[in-house]
Ligand binder design. Sequence first.
Ligand code: HEM
Length: 493
Amino acid sequence: TKILPAVETTTPVEREMEKEAPSKLPIKSIPGSYGIPFISPIRDRLDFYYFQGQDAYFQSRVDKYGSTVVRLNVPPGPFMASDPKVVAVLDAKSFQVLFDVSKVEKKNVFTGTYMPSTALTGGFRVCSYLDPSEPNHAKVKQLLFNLLASRKSHVIPAFRTNFATLFETMEAQIDAYGKADFNKLNDDTSFEFIGEAYFGVLPSASGLGTTGPAKATKWLLFQLAPLTSVGLPKIVEEVFLHTFPLPPCLAKSDYKALYEYFSTAAKPVLDAAVTLGLSKGEACHNLLFATVFNSYGGMKVMLPGILRWLATADPSLHARLAQEIRSAVAAAGGKVTLSAVEEMELTKSVVYEALRMDPPVKFQYGKAKKDLIIESHDAAYQVKRGEMLFGYQPLATRDERVFANAGEFVADRFVGKEGKKLLKYVVWSNGPETESTSVWNKQCAGKDLVVLVGRLMLVELFLRYDTFTAEVGTQLLGIQVNFTSLTKSSPTS
Ligand code: HEM
């Protein structure tokens, strides 16, 4: 497993020069409707959150218009977003247009049709909101690549110590109360793990104490509120979450406390940022965002998302994973090493399959940089320059035209030569799993680290336990997992 991206073989300019072949598919006009301005976007938002739910909201429109490329409104709509109208790309083929930065502009579209106030990020537009054509994009992304590369050897030890404590706490809670809330423990543990892995300083040992995860979650909510439903009465959510932004000043003191941690713990990284042409302030706000929003926010959603599939899988899968993980670790002299993890074919496949079934970041956006032709499996569509393109990723990664039994969790889907060929359609990182993140694209800077963390969670789990049971539900940002039993690893296995 690499944590550093591979070197690209072609530059964006060379790729731009590779002329596209004209589409052989029939060119059709894009079906769908935006309805009555102002009224329909609000009505659609209610369908999205309350009456239909996300999957049905998009699938019903695909069914109605008989097309996977369709015009529709996306939430939040008025007054949060000035324009909710998008061209939705909802199959594995048309979705790919969102990764081509010569075709789509990724400026200010990280959260979609609205952008949170930069008062929440120290007055800066941080990396996730920058298009690769903006000079600071490459500088900040390079800073993150350098940080991850320099801390490569710390990831596995930091993960193992922090998650060993998590599992011990879960055992104690199951003994005492009959169950353990994985999400709560994961929030605290992931926050500690990331701080230790990236900067060598446990947040709990800093001025933050144990308040980091709560402060981080509040700050995330101020940015993501327009896209969430927290279970309050609809009218309350509509007014306070979906119509007007939460005032950034109410998260100011939390942000300040988080910032203090970074300005101290990340001092050597900030000094190095200056040589890349970044000010220490801009670098620090970016480190905070990449660590707290991208990394912590990502792990908060991803790890319960992976466990959910294991909790509901055939128990024989647990036995097969335990066997694979233990024999690879034994062959590496009893150590969990990057190369031992690389040998774990089934473990790797399970993580990819969970990311395919449940991509942790479900929405992707990009504005057409020029007039474009977008191809689905069946037809080609003309899009005008400036139109907003939107992808709902679960429909692209559950596309039956690419994956057999696409709606089912198939643990060994990506095992073997044939299985690996499908990896190009696993796109959780905002790009194909077979491609590398770089300063020229918008693929997740933490791509290789993220899949490693998913694998390490399975390694830790099945080194310690033969099997487990858990209740699976839903919560604010995704899946809730409560463990109800952990069966200790038997000495014979
Ligand atoms: C971008 C997902 C963890 C850093 C992205 C994007 C996605 C994503 C989907 C693209 C968003 C868009 O432009 O539409 C995830 C998930 C994670 C995760 C699911 C964890 C489970 C991380 C980590 C880092 C990171 C650990 C650490 C450095 C970034 C950065 C960008 C990004 C800097 C912006 C890239 C650019 O501007 O070129 N991530 N991410 N992410 N991610 Fe991650």
